[in-house]
Design a binder for this molecule. Structure first.
Ligand code: GLN
Length: 542
């Protein structure tokens, strides 16, 4: 097993996750089977209880793990299916150590960060790295480990110490340390400054880790002299200083890093022979994403609109849907609360959109604005895609305005409403804990013949990831169906409605699950492919 350990310096938001994923792409394209582990040095057990506004979206895995959005990057770039243990947090490690202490596993000893916590971290990494995540049997060849946060943070110190020890545990020749840093530009002539990089590498070296490769995020490529300077100060050969220039699309990064020789050097350091990677599929994606053809414009009507990371997977999935149709996709995030304050804005803001999407969400704020957006999509025959909360609100809208169920609502927003078309299931009613208690992870679903859903997937049984508490209320099944709502996907026992759609509409579909979590650039998700296709066809974009 080979380990590539990626740390970050200077500041957060350098694109460490995408850099680490791209390194994975290069190793995979060179024939290695990969997996990945993301370390998050916070005390939360998982990302499930964190605000998407602060931390970006909560990514959901097949096994129901609610994890950091970087695991989404790894699944997408490397076509993996990861598990909750692939996201290591301080909360998880400490829970384990404290449980062991109570059991008496360390009887008579003083339990300390070194060696108890650091041992636990190393055992966790070694165990999880050996679990295959690519659908094949047997352990992978390489594991990319990304250390969240910035070197020098108090929280990450135990991990850095654990990783320092880890190189001896698994053999120095099996580990490569990659440090991602920033080379900012200063002054009137735009001088590139290497000091922040020197300092953050020094910080790592103080703790005993000497990075093998230094990836420098910068606006302009580093010239030879600068690489030499960094090389001298940071104790690496000049060809181990890699430029990671700003990219206009993340899909370019694997190719850029390859051109800098990163994979070549990494393979050399790890003692593996690698053939030239085949990056053509990534080039093809870049050529669609960056084409100059007219784009398909999608209005995403939601709540966390000022934080693009809140809808990261959704954004990517829409782009993938475009790539499959040879179309560029342009997203406009619209705050649904605007529509509540000013109903005239609905048409104004949505008339130019080729498709309307209402994504998942929690809480009352902006819900009525989403109802208004969906009513507009239904009446104007604009292709519509509702995901999770988006589906629930589509059911509310249909119940109120088509089925004549005045005041139809979800009990999430109105406990005492006249028609609770979306309600809590009995199992959810008694739960008080907030962490990890929703309906989470992959569940099977059966699709009805002759429906948009079936047409898109081309199969009868699918499996998709969920993250919600509320459900379609079966009491209203008959009346809503009689009014024309098509229940095109249900759970295998027939008890849960998972997909709804409308006839006599170019494309109007809502699903209780989150298809965006399973879309990959090289395997776009069928619902996104068909949604974008419907948007392009309905608007005669060819
Ligand atoms: N708030 C809704 C529920 O919990 C929808 C959740 C979501 O969109 N992820 O059921």
């Amino acid at each position: 097993m080979k380990y590539v350990i990626v740390s970050g310096g200077v500041l957060s938001g350098l694109g460490k996750g995408v850099t680490a994923s791209s390194i994975g792409v290069l190793l995979k394209s060179a024939g290695l089977r990969t997996t990945s582990i993301k370390i998050d040095p916070y005390l939360n057990s998982d990302a499930g209880t964190m605000s998407p506004f602060e931390h970006g979206e909560v990514f959901v895995l097949d096994d129901g793990g609610e994890v950091d959005l970087d695991l989404g990057n790894y699944e997408r770039f490397l076509d993996l299916n990861l598990g909750r243990d692939n996201n290591l947090t301080t909360g998880k490690i400490y829970s384990k150590v404290i449980e062991a202490e109570r059991r008496g596993d360390y009887l008579g000893k003083t339990v300390q960060v070194i060696p108890h916590v650091t041992d636990e971290i190393q055992e966790w990494i070694e165990r999880v790295a050996h679990v295959p995540a690519d659908g094949k049997e047997g352990p992978p060849d390489a594991c990319i480990i990304e250390l969240g946060g910035t070197v020098g943070d108090i929280e990450s110190a135990p991990y850095i110490e654990a990783l320092r020890q880890f190189q001896f545990r698994v053999g120095r020749k099996n580990v490569t340390f990659v440090h991602v840093s920033l080379v900012p530009v200063m002054g009137p002539v735009g001088e590139q400054k290497t000091k922040p990089t020197q300092h953050s590498v020094k910080e790592l070296q103080n703790i005993g880790i000497s990075p093998d490769l230094i990836v420098c995020r910068c606006e302009q490529p580093l010239n030879h002299d600068l690489k030499r300077k960094i090389s001298l100060f940071c104790n690496v050969p000049p060809d181990c200083v890699i430029t990671a220039q700003d990219v206009d699309t993340i899909y370019r990064l694997p190719e850029f890093l390859h051109a800098e020789g990163l994979d070549h050097r990494a393979c050399e350091l790890l003692g593996i022979w690698s053939p030239e990677p085949n990056l053509q599929p990534w080039r093809d994606i870049v050529s669609v994403v960056k084409s100059t053809r007219p784009s398909v414009k999608i209005a995403v009507v939601g709540k966390y609109v000022d934080h693009s990371d809140s809808y990261k997977s959704l954004h990517e999935a829409l782009v993938h849907g475009g790539v499959a149709n040879d179309a560029r996709v342009e997203l406009e995030y619209v705050d649904s609360e605007e529509f509540e304050k000013n109903p005239q804005l609905v048409e104004k803001r949505l008339a130019g959109a080729h498709g309307i999407l209402v994504p998942g969400g929690f809480g009352q704020r902006g819900v009525e604005g989403k109802v208004a957006a969906i009513e507009y999509a239904r009446k104007s025959q604009t292709p519509f895609f509702g995901i999770c909360l988006g589906m629930q609100v589509a059911v509310m809208e249909f119940a109120r305005h088509v089925a004549g169920l005045d005041g139809a609502n979800s009990t999430e927003f109105a406990t005492e409403c006249s028609h609770p078309v979306i309600a809590l299931m009995a199992e959810q009613r008694t739960i008080d804990d907030k962490g990890g208690t929703m309906r989470l992870g992959a569940y099977p679903c059966l699709l009805g013949e002759d429906t948009q859903a079936h047409k898109a997937y081309g199969v009868q049984e699918i499996s998709e990831r969920h993250r919600h508490r509320w459900e379609f209320n079966n009491t209203y099944r008959e009346s809503l169906e009689a009014a024309g709502l098509v229940l095109s996907g249900v759970s295998p026992d027939g008890k849960l409605v998972e997909v709804v759609e409308l006839k006599d509409h170019p494309w109007f579909l809502g699903c209780q699950f989150h298809p965006e979590f399973k879309s990959k650039p090289l395997k776009p998700h069928p619902l996104f492919v068909h949604f974008i296709r419907a948007c392009a066809e309905h608007n005669n974009l060819g």
